[in-house]
Design a protein around this ligand. Sequence first.
Ligand code: GMT
Length: 377
Amino acid sequence: MRNLKIGITCYPSLGGSGVVATELGILLAERGHEVHFITSGRPFRLYMDQPNIKVHEVEVGQYAVFKFTPYDIALANKISEVIIEEELDILHAHYAVPHAICSALGRDMAGVPIPIITTLHGTDVTILGHDRTLAGTVKYGINKSDMTTAVSHSLKQETYELIRPSKEIRTIYNFIDERQYRPVDAHHIKVGLGIAESDKLLIHVSNFRKVKRIEDVIRSFSIINREVPSKLLLVGDGPEAEAIHTLVQEEGLGMEVLFLGKRDDLPDLFSISDLNMLVSEKEAFGLVLIEAMACGVPCIGSDIGGIPEVIEDGKNGFIRPLGDIEGYAESAIRILKDPELAAKFSEDAMRSVRERFSSERIVREYESAYYELLERK
Ligand code: GMT
């Protein structure tokens, strides 16, 4: 198969869709393809100049007539330029709004009928699909794409029900960069944080938005902490940070909960953790689950969206109904108090990621989708 020139448009900042798009681009470039990121800035996980990768930054002019700067129009304009100048074979849009819509517009402007593949990541459907000011454009973006993928079966189903697109959607799961996410010896971090050797460690990583239900994590940790000497690491930042701080104080957990902010050393933090909690009320996939599992950490999750497709209930973690604070705590205590069960879940978590979410497997699925689209033409 010949190497391709692939345009990728995505959010370059912190967030699951940007991480997946960037890591996909890096791996495609390593496989010999030429990858062109068309974004508002350098993707944050793209650390250095890598062979076969070019970043095309979108510039937006500031004019007095604009009340709102037209980033989306500038993006479509940049996409059309890159299609022509770099002779792209295919465009891959991550997150429907505005990337799928701008890709369709950019392709029309370029007048070159290259295929567009759009990957839906979750909130582009589960939140924006309910917003009457945007839902129509989500549908337009999907229908104008030659292929649409969703990061879980659950998201695929929800998109069919909510958006009713005229095209079929294919599930391609998210994947892990195994070179980064693996168990490492990071004991020094536990020592540095002043955590006693005997304390069990729970971890929650997110963008601290309401959908993550961090208050449920805190409330169940409060129950867990009464039974098991433990600490909770909260990693990330976002709009709910203040409310979470207040709740932690109200629950009298000020000494037990450690706010670590945004961190780059997630593999280290997972490697010292005994349990990961993701109990969101919306979650198309839950990238953080496979990041934790790849480091051998069992997970507790809510029965929402793609979470039950990632955690295998009773095999490498537990799934409990959304908001079941007691249930989460009971499941966590079971794992934390039973070293044999914890070791079995940990092994199975790593096996599951290797078998189901390996970068090799998933990148090949995207590559096959690209070749299939090019053959269809
Ligand atoms: O809320 C987040 O976690 C960020 C969000 C995003 O738009 O980047 O994540 C979404 O895409 C990730 C990558 O595909 C998925 O793993 C997350 O489950 C999904 N978030 C939601 O559905 C809430």
